[in-house]
Design a protein around this ligand. Structure first.
Ligand code: DGP
Ligand code: NA
Ligand code: NA
Length: 213
């Protein structure tokens, strides 16, 4: 009906992967593509370094500040919580959000340091659950070969190997895995298909859920 059409919401799509997996470029290409299809979309990223909490995270990542592993974990989570209500508003008004990293990064990067996985998941409970998680799959070695890391705290091969292991623990059957080693255009095409399907599902009335579901 007309009424349903007006109420149709946007999709919450999350891209995850190791550093240098190509997520950020693919996220922006995806948003341009969706806009071109007449689908209203926005690019989001976590950490969002523009907020006060985000600036603390940024200082930590650049090794300008030192923080206890639990403390920084909770700050990353707080950074998602402070955007939760805006996220919900945008989705409900029909915007599709393409999000570069989310709670899965939160859990993977902190549990890679040895923190208990259930403890890591707890502060994420109640955040909006993505309609689709796409994992851009690349081996830590291949990622490291790509134009070098930027020198931030986590951008080291040994650590990225641990993150990859943690992602594989988190991974569930609902995730779509895209081979990140393919030519950029192929990755792009596969992402477009996955996301168009997801947008269609959401328009048909798929309900927004919360983590961890
Ligand atoms: P990016 O801006 O996507 O390059 O992310 C910055 C770095 O922070 C990257 O190494 C991934 C890591 N990261 C992203 N989200 C989280 C999180 O929630 N918790 C932790 N511990 N690390 C994260
Ligand atoms: Na990075
Ligand atoms: Na990135």
């Amino acid at each position: 009906t007309e009424g349903n059409k007006m109420e149709s919401r946007g999709a919450l799509v999350v891209l995850e992967g190791l550093d240098r997996s190509g997520k950020s470029s693919q996220c922006s290409r995806l948003v341009s593509f969706l806009e071109g299809q007449g689908i209203s979309a926005e690019l989001w990223r976590f950490p969002d370094r523009t907020t006060n909490v985000g600036q603390m995270i940024s200082a930590y990542l650049s090794n300008t500040s030192q923080l206890d592993d639990h403390t920084i974990h909770l700050l990353f989570s707080a950074n998602r919580w402070e955007k939760r209500s805006l996220m919900e508003t945008k989705l409900k008004t029909g915007k599709t959000l393409i999000v570069d990293r989310y709670s899965y990064s939160g859990v993977a990067f902190s549990s890679a340091k040895g923190l208990d996985i259930e403890w890591c998941k707890a502060p994420e409970i109640g955040l909006l659950a993505p309609d689709m998680v796409v994992y851009l799959d690349i081996s830590p070695e291949k990622a490291a070969e790509r134009g070098g890391y930027g020198g931030e705290r986590y951008e080291k091969l040994e650590f990225q190997k641990k993150v990859a292991d943690c992602y594989s623990v988190l991974h569930d059957v609902s995730w779509k895995v895209v081979d990140g080693c393919q030519p950029m255009e192929d990755v792009e095409k596969q992402l477009q298909e996955i996301v168009l399907d997801c947008v269609t599902e959401c328009r048909k009335g798929k309900l927004l859920a919360t983590l961890w579901s």
